[in-house]
Write a protein that binds this ligand. Structure first.
Ligand code: 5RP
Length: 253
C-alpha cells in the first residue's frame, strides 16, 4: 500500500501564540527542570524524536533551544508543544513522514513502579499514546510528586467523541468510577475529556483494554500496554534518579 501525505490531515494549527521560552525556564520548578535536563543525555544527533506535551516537556523544549543542532525537527504531541517548538526553532514533523521514531520524551501525571502511567492532564493523551506506540524508546520525565504505589489517585482522563459523552459516562459509572466532564476543554482532535475519579486500578493493562473497548472512547489515559522504558525523576533538591523496568521485573507489564 502506498501512503501519501495529505495536507487536509495536517495537525498544524494556524493560531499563533507567543511563547517566551526564557520565562518557561525561569518559572520551572526545580524537579521538572532537573528531569528535563537529565533527558538531554538520551538524545543523540540525527535521531528521529517525538516530543510530548505539558509543562515538563515545555522546559525540555526551552533547553533544546539552547542547544541548536541537537534536535532540528521532531514530532509533537500537541498544538501547545508545536508552538513551543516553533519558538525554539525546532521544525514540527509529521509522524506519517518521520516515523517510526527512535526516541519519545514525555511527562506523566502518575507513574507506578512498573513504569505504567496515567497521562492526559493536559488533554493530549491520544496523540501522546500514538507517538509512544510509534517509538522504539519512551523516556518519561517527571518530578518526585508523580511517583505512586498504585495508579488512580489522579483522576483518569478519557478522550471521548462528543456525541458519546453520556453513554461513556454511564459505562464508567457501571465500572465503579465517577466521571467528571472537563468543562471548556476541546482536545486537539475535537473531542471532550471525562476525568474519572475513584477508579480502583488493580490491573492497569486490563482496565486500559476494557476502557478503550467502550464505543465512543478514543483512548483512555492509562499507558500500560505501552508504558515507559525509562523514568527520569527530577529532584527538588537538584539532580535526577533513573528508574528502569529491569528494577521492577517482578511486576507484570
Ligand atoms: C498531557 C500529559 C502530560 O504529560 C502530563 O499532564 C504531565 O504534565 P506536566 O509535565 O505539566 O506535569 O499527559 O496530556
Amino acid at each position: 500500500m502506498s501512503i501519501t501525505s495529505n495536507t487536509a490531515f495536517s495537525t498544524r494549527t494556524t493560531q499563533v501564540m507567543s511563547v517566551d521560552l526564557a520565562h518557561v525556564l525561569s518559572q520551572a520548578p526545580a524537579g521538572k527542570r532537573a528531569a528535563a535536563e537529565a533527558a538531554l543525555a538520551d538524545i543523540e544527533p540525527r535521531m528521529a524524536v517525538g516530543i510530548g506535551s505539558g509543562s515538563t516537556v515545555n522546559v525540555l523544549i526551552a533547553l533544546l533551544a539552547e542547544k541548536p543542532g541537537l534536535v532540528d525537527g521532531a514530532v509533537a504531541a500537541s498544538r501547545g508543544s508545536e508552538q513551543h517548538m516553533d519558538a525554539a526553532g525546532i521544525e514540527v514533523l509529521d509522524l506519517n513522514m518521520a516515523g517510526p521514531l527512535d526516541l519519545y520524551i514525555d511527562g506523566a501525571d502518575e507513574s507506578d513502579a512498573g513504569l505504567r502511567l496515567i497521562k492526559g492532564g493536559g488533554a493530549a493523551l491520544t496523540r501522546e499514546k500514538i507517538i509512544a506506540a510509534a517509538s522504539r524508546q519512551f523516556v518519561c520525565i517527571v518530578d518526585e510528586s508523580k511517583r505512586v504505589q498504585r495508579l488512580g489517585e489522579f483522576p483518569l482522563p478519557i478522550e471521548v467523541i462528543p456525541m458519546a459523552r453520556s453513554h461513556v459516562a454511564r459505562e464508567i459509572v457501571r465500572l465503579g468510577a465517577d466521571p467528571e466532564y472537563r468543562e471548556g476543554v476541546t482536545t486537539d482532535n475535537g473531542n471532550i475529556i471525562l476525568d474519572c475519579h475513584e477508579f480502583r486500578i488493580d490491573d492497569p493493562l486490563a482496565l486500559e483494554t476494557q476502557l478503550n473497548a467502550i464505543p465512543g472512547v478514543v483512548t483512555c489515559g492509562l499507558f500500560a500496554t505501552r508504558g515507559a522504558d525509562k523514568l527520569i525523576v527530577g529532584k527538588a533538591s537538584g539532580g535526577a534518579d533513573t528508574v528502569l523496568p529491569a528494577q521492577v521485573s517482578m511486576l507484570s507489564r
